[in-house]
Design a protein around this ligand. Structure first.
Ligand SMILES: C[S@@+](CC[C@H](N)C(=O)[O-])C[C@H]1O[C@@H](n2cnc3c(N)ncnc32)[C@H](O)[C@@H]1O
Length: 252
């Protein structure tokens, strides 16, 4: 994905096989602009250590979109069979609303914009809010949004645990995404108050243990939600272990 050469066209088959979706030419161009802006931004701010093209594609683009696979094309049939063999849990896509202009997604602790910006590019009809407690990162994201003309993205600065108590922000989102911010139960405490009833929190995790699940289950119950699904998978290039934890809010 260096300026002269984008690896994105080569990755289309992998998007298709693993997410049953692939970006349009315009979306590929946006992903390329995002890559270039992050590499340039890294010279002034410490945004990410992942800047090699393939690693960026896998750990920032693919990984960001894997969590919202049910809202893209869903998990492909071939992939489904593989997972059923391994007795892994699958998402029931029938439970999800199709994103439209009133579909609101929040990325909590977005940092340099992950997973929120790739999600905004992939779901142009949804409204995506990027929240971070670091003013400098939010200032970078504001210029990135302007530079990329991302009409459906906006930012919020502050700590999740205080903003989620604000009247305009609580019970306001259809989906809350949280990647690499804190322990899973803390992420649930941040995310669930932001969700409307029936909204979904998606926790992006690496490894996952039964102890974490027990603690999370108790926390989510107290917050009026439930663990709806836990998906286990590996990344397509380096085969890193990942889990996506889907939490459903039941009571507002
Ligand atoms: C390790 S970075 C992860 C960034 C991004 N989600 C990713 O996966 O690349 C964690 C980010 O969460 C932000 N953060 C940590 N605690 C937060 C809180 N309570 N509320 C809002 N942002 C928070 C930090 O400022 C930082 O940018």
């Amino acid at each position: 994905m260096e300026e002269s050469h984008s690896i994105l066209p080569e990755m289309c088959e992998i998007w298709q096989q693993t997410l049953n979706w692939q970006p349009s030419i315009a979306q590929q161009a946006q992903f390329q602009r995002l890559y270039e802006a992050i590499v340039a931004g890294n010279q002034k701010l410490n945004l990410t250590r992942i800047t090699a093209p393939e690693e960026f594609w896998e750990k920032h683009l693919w990984d960001s979109l894997r969590g919202i696979a049910p809202f893209l094309g869903g998990v492909s049939e071939g992939d489904k069979e593989d997972r059923e063999d391994k007795e892994e849990l699958l998402l029931s896509t029938s439970e999800f609303r199709i994103p439209n202009s009133e579909f609101r997604i929040l990325d909590i602790g977005t940092g340099a914009g992950f997973p929120g910006i790739p999600v905004a590019i992939a779901l142009p009809d949804a409204e995506v809010t990027l929240l971070d407690s670091t003013q400098k990162k939010v200032a970078f994201l504001n210029s990135l949004i302007t530079e990329m003309s991302l009409q459906n993205a906006r930012t919020l600065v502050g700590r999740a645990e205080s903003i989620n108590k604000q009247f305009q922000q609580s019970n306001n989102y259809d989906i809350a995404l949280v990647r690499a911010v804190a322990a899973a139960d803390i992420c649930a405490n941040y995310a669930l108050p932001f969700l409307r009833s029936e909204g979904l929190a998606i926790l992006y995790r690496g490894n996952w243990s039964q102890d974490e699940e027990k603690t999370l289950e108790a926390t989510v119950k107290k917050l009026g939600g439930k663990i709806e699904n836990i998906e286990k998978f590996t990344t397509p290039l380096s085969h890193g272990m990942r889990h996506c934890i889907y939490l459903r809010k039941i009571n507002s």
